[in-house]
Design a protein around this ligand. Structure first.
Ligand code: ATP
Ligand code: MG
Ligand code: MG
Ligand code: MG
Length: 483
């Protein structure tokens, strides 16, 4: 079954259960100071849960573009190293706004997985909230009883507050959740060791696939809990993980969600992807992952820049550039060439990319060209610093050095951290932040004196690239600092 068919089956299933299918909200969030990017399906419905808006439909389902690279959910470091955390992923979800509750949500989760998708019940584990006496939170008996109608006893596990209790913030709606985990090891391995011991244990073949949140409490300012007048259901299922299970693969990257992109990278670089843990194979996975995040955020209106959400995108892009440059031996812009592949693949579900293909290609290509201008020198500098640190028997790059890499060569701190850690070193991050703050103070003082500190010019050897500015309309104007 193709990934497109799987997505459609999910939506059709909930449509039959009287859900209205809605479009994904943009991945970029412009009107919420607490969140830069959509990181869960429920974000666009937040106001319904807070009671600020009345829902138009009481039952809704969709696939939501999510990004988890900053804030509470930051999976960036896992991406490419493991095979099931992505920067951008699709979260399939169904919601009840004051309509059905645990009984239906649980029965439908089970029906969809076992009857429609035909997943073997022996591979399914579910978790229910065990309760937390210190906070006056009860064991979720109701969810337990509903699961017990379908799931064998040894496959219902109790989970703690960290994994099985959801809160929007310090106050507001909250409630227990039930996660669904799939044990995708071979039958042989499953016989030897119960999957129950591997749930939530970072085993690459025992993965969480779906979370069902039951909002039933409201936490007041004094920390007390009261029942919500209307109870809600909020679920999120990782689409790429679901596809991997249904296509019987051991890695998300071996599904048709990613193989087209991996093939395109292979054609461009002349290298083969062998699904191993080698650096080049990690690079393949990182590129196939990162290009989606970069493409869809730009298509949703967030240009790479030096601050805020734009800098998050620039960081991801530079990380990707360094991976192909160092590990696939590709020394010119590559990412932009992958856009047509993704744009075509997602044409039916997220048409915003193909509609703006030329623009997205242009933005990414210029970003790549700009970073590639300083990357080689930056990597050489990094090598010097690493040998220097090793010669001095130090385990750490100091903050001033990390800042120089940032300031002169455009290395985001997480890129410096990544390269340092590949060489067994850490980075003095407080030292880096200190240098950064000092630079901000200096530039504030300088702006007060001389507004000509920044000029727009074309690159010459006596300038150092510091990045594009946030431009409303993307042009070839690039900001350089006089050196
Ligand atoms: P995990 O424990 O695997 O990091 P999570 O508990 O952080 O997942 P939730 O916040 O419960 O995830 O999100 C709902 C679902 O979204 C998960 O069950 C999973 O299938 C999927 N998901 C979460 N994070 C990612 C990611 N980075 N890449 C791909 N899918 C993800
Ligand atoms: Mg997580
Ligand atoms: Mg989890
Ligand atoms: Mg979860």
């Amino acid at each position: 079954m193709t990934s497109a068919a799987i997505r459609q089956q999910f939506l059709d299933f909930f449509k039959e259960k009287q859900h209205t299918i809605v479009a994904s909200a943009p991945i970029v969030i412009k009107n919420d100071p607490t969140l830069l990017f959509t990181n869960a399906g429920m974000n666009q419905f937040k106001d319904y849960f807070l009671g600020n808006k009345v829902p138009v439909h009481r039952r809704v389902a969709d696939t939501q573009k999510c990004l988890r690279v900053s804030g509470k959910h930051n999976d960036l470091e896992e991406v490419g190293v493991d095979t099931y955390h992505h920067t951008m992923f699709e979260m399939l979800g169904n919601w009840s706004f004051g309509d059905y509750f645990k009984k239906e949500a649980i029965a439908w989760s089970w029906e969809l997985l076992t009857e429609i998708f035909k997943i073997n019940p022996e591979q399914i584990y579910v978790t229910v909230f065990e309760g937390d006496a210190s906070e006056g939170l009860p064991f979720d008996q109701q969810a337990y009883d509903e699961w017990a109608k379908w799931v064998a006893k040894g496959h219902i596990l109790k989970g703690n507050k960290k994994d099985n209790f959801w809160e929007m913030g310090d106050t507001g709606p909250c409630g227990p959740c039930s996660e669904i985990h799939l044990d995708c090891r071979s039958e042989e391995e499953r016989k030897q060791l119960s999957g129950a011991t591997l749930v939530n244990a970072d085993h690459p073949q025992v993965i969480e696939i779906w979370n069902n949140v039951f909002m039933q409490f409201n936490r007041g300012k004094d920390g007390s809990l009261s029942p919500l007048p209307e109870k809600h259901v909020d679920t999120g299922m990782g689409f790429e993980r679901l596809v991997r299970v249904l296509q019987k693969k051991t890695s998300n990257y071996d599904t048709d969600v990613f193989t087209g992109t991996l093939e395109a990278i292979s054609d461009l670089t002349g290298k083969n992807y062998t699904a191993s843990d080698s650096r080049p194979d990690i690079a393949f996975r990182v590129l196939a992952d990162h290009i989606r995040a970069i493409a869809f955020t730009i298509a949703d209106g967030q240009l790479p820049s030096n601050t805020g959400a734009g800098y998050v995108i620039r960081r991801i892009l530079r990380r990707a550039v360094r991976y192909y440059y160092s590990y696939l031996d590709y020394k010119s812009p590559l990412l932009y060439q992958l856009i047509p592949v993704i744009a075509r693949q997602f044409e039916g579900v997220f048409p915003e990319l193909i509609q703006q293909q030329d623009f997205v290609v242009k933005v990414i290509r210029e970003e790549e060209e700009a970073f590639l201008r300083t990357l080689d020198k930056g990597l050489k500098k990094m090598e010097e610093l690493i040998s220097g640190a090793k010669a001095a028997n130090s385990q750490q790059l100091d903050g001033a050095q990390a800042f120089e890499l940032y300031d002169t060569f455009g290395f985001p701190i997480d890129l410096t951290r990544l390269i340092a850690s590949e060489n067994g070193l850490s980075v003095d991050e407080p030292g880096f932040s200190h240098e950064m703050q000092q630079q901000k103070n200096r530039s504030r003082a300088a702006t007060a004196l001389d507004t000509e500190d920044w000029v727009s010019v074309h690159p010459t050897s006596s300038t150092s690239f510091v990045g594009y500015d946030d431009l409303l309309v993307y042009t070839k104007v690039v900001k350089y600092r006089k050196v």
